[in-house]
Write a protein that binds this ligand. Sequence first.
Ligand code: PLP
Length: 365
Amino acid sequence: MKVPFVSFEPMHKEIENEIYDQFRSVYSRNWFIQGEELSKFENEFAEFCDSNYCIGCGNGLDALYLILRGFDIGAGDEVIVPSNTYIATALAVSYTGAKPIFVDPDLKTYNINSELIERAVTSRTKAIIAVHLYGQPADIDEINSIAKKYDLKVIEDSAQAHGALYKGKKVGSLGDASAFSFYPGKNLGALGDAGAVVTNNRELADKIRALGNYGSSKKYHHIYKGNNSRLDEMQAAFLRVKLKNLGKWNEERRRIAQKYSEGISSDIIFKPYEAHYSMHVWHLYVIRTERREELSSYLNMNEIGNVIHYPIPMHLQSAYKELNIEEGSLPIAEKISKEVISLPIWYGMKDEEINYVIDKINSWR
Ligand SMILES: *Cc1c(COP(=O)(O)O)cnc(C)c1O
């Protein structure tokens, strides 16, 4: 048997006709940027996130960057980010001219360790970016209370957690503003690049809408030195079809994760942990072992797709060598980067495929 790391086929087969209909409809209207599909998607996604405003943009990185600029964060400022995340979280901070300050994660949830945040706060700190890594919400109550104490903004990086819940509340509604990516492989993915900002702050929403449209809310009148970062009509139309199915797709991810967690019994493997406050949406099912490279070759040999998320923590990336953060300074992120490995988890995986993965892992010595 061969189990790919990810396949869009079963998901896309089910919605094929609706997607073609949407293509024809946008195509025949001949209106491709900032039209009715975008407005409808923005309203539907804001509602999905139990929030007031959604602003579509080009991708998840831009969503983070636009939020930071919306809060006037820039040169001379510091922003706290987790040391194990996708590089976009840190890059968005760097693009504004501010400095990312890396904080180690918790070894159980892999999310930022809220107990370590306070000692990273300085007089220059302006915000904390809480990444809901792998689909599990970060410990947001703790993060919000530290932010309140030091008057910091809380920005959610929700790129991996569309639909996840924290104590029953939707990701996207947990901080001051939230960034989403609709990269094709995310839980809610476009058929290309796309992203969005979600917030309850009216003023911020207006500013971000202008920032992503050349700093303009009235054609040829430019208030800010903005960007061109917009979500086009075609992607918005496709995303509307996919959003209707997201609940079902997330449920299926949860079912597969549960089967893995019940079935995997090897004592040389650490299984993921779902915190009591979370409803995890399993963007990734990440296990840990000290013999990660061996396990990866073994899975490859058995034709089971596997990927490392992520092999190098932010502070050790060449892109961040100017920060001069030595190896050993963020030990949990470094340990995680050497031990994690992600297993296949996607809508449409068959039980025999799930069981094959479980059996192969349990017979690995
Ligand atoms: C994917 C991702 C992003 C960036 O999204 P893009 O749409 O690829 O720009 C940001 N943060 C995290 C945690 C991600 O996984």
